[in-house]
Design a protein around this ligand. Structure first.
Ligand code: FES
Ligand code: FE2
Length: 344
């Protein structure tokens, strides 16, 4: 459990795209190993804070997504335009009321993707290393959120992450969904603690269909195949042909070692015009539907892996398709060495 908290505190985490929170009051709430974290559009400025009222600790946001003023339901303390507005302010005598503020976390941008940091040990671009170029390029092609789901995976977080890192299980676990793409072996590239997998599609019919749809889109960057970018330690963004992107966070649970807080967003790319939007909508809808099935399939296999099925040791039997797991475990061991070795 301590490893999860340490990684959460010491690394930057991709939390959303700029176009997911376009309006004043838009928010997303994340369940994290240090408690709720909210990312919030405050009159055009983005802030992240711990979802607790600075007065007496009430939760401010009670849902995962939405639009709501940053006002506490208890006594009405309100955060707006960078300031706390406190009812009956003059009655707070004998305390440092001027120092009252939300408990804020750091935010930084890579392109139009927003990253959260609690006590990050390096700057964002150094952490992302060579993955920066992919992330920036993708970010400028995204128009907004199509779908979102959150649930608790019934497994410990590294098992959920490792499942997302290897394509070896696709034939067994996703026979009617992801396996239809007939992904080829592909190429793994490692950038610092992160990794990128690019795999051509083996199914010509699907490839042709996707190529045809490309004429309705307004994108200037795309990998013409399946690409997934893993941003150590908890986040993955993946796409087929760059038409939509699945952003997934696997945050360690705050109190349960055998649970993972999974949040997934489906982000759409820019379409050319309104007519193109009408044509693309059924494609986006079916992508959202299929993605939900894929996550259920992944969850169903992850939950039959007990907590002690994972350790940071190298895999004893490793296929070429599990190379990214090996790299992930290297990074976990590196961080465990900073910690006490047995404290996972
Ligand atoms: S606890 Fe939030 S305003 Fe008092
Ligand atoms: Fe999977």
């Amino acid at each position: 459990m301590k490893l999860g908290i340490q990684l959460f505190r010491n690394y930057w985490h991709m939390v959303c795209h700029r176009n997911e929170l376009p309006n004043d009051g838009d928010f997303i709430r994340f369940k994290t190993p240090i408690g709720d974290v909210v990312v919030f559009n405050d009159c055009g400025n983005y802030i992240a804070f711990d979802n607790r009222c600075a007065h007496r600790g009430t939760f401010i946001y009670l849902t995962d997504f939405g639009n709501q003023a940053n006002t506490c339901k208890y006594h009405g303390w309100t955060f707006k335009s960078g300031n706390l507005i406190i009812p009956a302010f003059e009655q707070f005598k004998g305390c440092s009321i001027n120092k009252a503020d939300l408990n804020r976390y750091k935010l930084d941008w890579c392109g139009d993707f927003l990253f959260l940091g609690v006590e990050p040990q390096s700057d964002l671009y150094a952490q992302l290393d060579g993955a920066v170029e992919f992330i920036e390029n993708i970010s400028f092609n995204i128009s907004g959120r199509l779908d979102a789901i959150t649930y608790e995976y019934e497994c410990t977080w590294p098992i959920a992450v490792e499942n997302a890192l290897e394509p070896y299980h696709i034939g067994m676990v996703h026979p009617g969904t992801l396996a239809n793409l007939k992904l080829e072996d592909g190429l793994n590239t490692f950038y610092g603690s992160n990794s990128v997998w690019q795999a051509p599609l083996g199914d010509d019919r699907i490839k042709k269909q996707l190529t045809r749809l490309g004429t309705f889109l307004n994108i200037d960057y795309a990998y013409q195949g399946y690409m997934s970018i893993f941003m150590f330690p908890f986040t993955m963004i993946s796409s087929t042909f760059g038409y939509s992107y699945s952003l997934q966070n696997f945050f360690p649970h705050q109190s349960r070692h055998d649970r993972t807080n999974f949040m997934s967003r489906l982000l759409a790319c820019h379409v050319k015009d309104e007519r193109a939007q009408t044509i693309m909508q059924p494609f986006f809808d079916s992508t959202a539907k299929v993605n939900r099935i894929i996550f259920e399939e992944d969850h169903s296999i992850c939950k039959i892996m007990p907590v002690d099925a994972w350790s940071a040791d190298p895999l004893i039997f490793m296929s070429d398709q599990e190379l990214k797991i090996s790299h992930f475990r290297d990074m976990c061991r590196f961080n465990l060495n900073i910690l006490d070795k047995n404290n996972y």
